[in-house]
Design a protein around this ligand. Structure first.
Ligand code: SF4
Length: 286
């Protein structure tokens, strides 16, 4: 597949978006790890590379010798059209492997306007849109990020969704999937493992209820204990600030070094999503 991609990239604008050759990029031998994850940001490279959360998870997973995290962003229209015309699947940046070859496809939910890009990623990857239509042959599709706090509009597309901070949970999710893979467990057993991780919402274990006008009434529990608590990283000290940042070879939207010195906001404006979902305020020692 690599040679086919190499022939396509000179035909698109800014092929450096898709090369996976940034400074501090992590590349591992495909067969040297027990579990492979591809982290997707459902928007263009220039926006996705400006997102701190994906880079934090990227380095946390790659710090584990037996795990690998690669990246994928929504391709621009020119590459999307070429992939469709040549019947090529969406590929990860680092190894240029098809997204469908990974064990986990982790999709950030940063804002609602990119929801259609989630479907573009799934379609280009050759994955059925709905969780109910996917099988053990497909990667687990797991969401997270700010919009995970109101997940129902996209819940049917995800096998699981993480509510809250991902630093600790991402490793627990990887370990659960790795253990299930090693013991040959089926998809339902994997989902049950995931549902026991604090912060993980498995949509197929719940049934949303609406009134005749479409107003949300609540959830009916189909499986599990029916309770999902937001995952909170108690202390930012020691989190992945020391990791070397990925430095792109093209200009991105936030073309600067981002350092997370605090999470949350002391002001608590009621209209502000960030002020609410990142509570409590946590700061690093200067
Ligand atoms: S709008 Fe949000 S981030 Fe800004 S001060 Fe208010 S709570 Fe903080």
């Amino acid at each position: 597949m690599n040679s086919e991609i190499d022939t396509l990239l000179p035909q698109v604008r800014q092929p450096s978006r898709y090369g996976g050759n940034e400074l501090h990029v992590v590349k591992k031998e495909w067969d040297s790890v027990a579990l492979r994850m591809v982290l997707a940001f459902p928007d263009l490279y220039e926006l996705g590379m400006s997102h701190q959360g994906l880079q934090i998870l990227y380095h946390i997973v790659n710090a584990r010798e037996n795990l690998v995290a690669e990246r994928v962003y929504t391709p621009d229209r020119d590459l999307e059209e070429l992939l469709r015309a040549h019947h090529l699947p969406l590929f990860s940046l680092e190894s240029q492997r098809p997204v469908a070859d990974f064990d986990i496809l982790g999709i950030t939910l940063p804002y609602e306007l990119c929801y259609t890009n989630i479907l573009t990623i799934l379609e280009l990857a050759g994955l059925p849109f709905r969780s109910a239509d996917r099988t053990a042959a497909h990667p687990l599709v797991i969401g997270g990020g700010p919009c995970a706090f109101h997940p129902e509009p996209v819940a049917d597309f995800f096998d699981a969704i993480l509510l809250g901070d991902g630093e600790e949970a991402v490793l627990e999710i990887c370990e659960a999937v790795r253990a299930a893979k090693e013991s040959g467990e089926g998809r339902q057993a994997v989902l049950e493992r995931l549902s026991r991780i604090e912060g993980v919402y498995v949509p197929s274990f719940f049934e949303p209820r609406y009134d005749d006008g479409g107003k949300f009434l609540g959830m009916r529990t189909l499986s599990g204990n029916g309770l999902v608590r937001r995952r909170i990283l108690a202390d930012l000290e020691g989190a992945s600030i020391e990791q070397p940042p990925l430095v792109p070879l093209t200009r991105i939207v936030h073309d600067r070094l981002g350092l997370e010195i605090a999470r949350g906001c002391t002001r608590g404006c009621r209209f502000c999503q960030a002020g609410m979902i990142y509570r409590p305020v946590r700061e690093r020692t200067p």
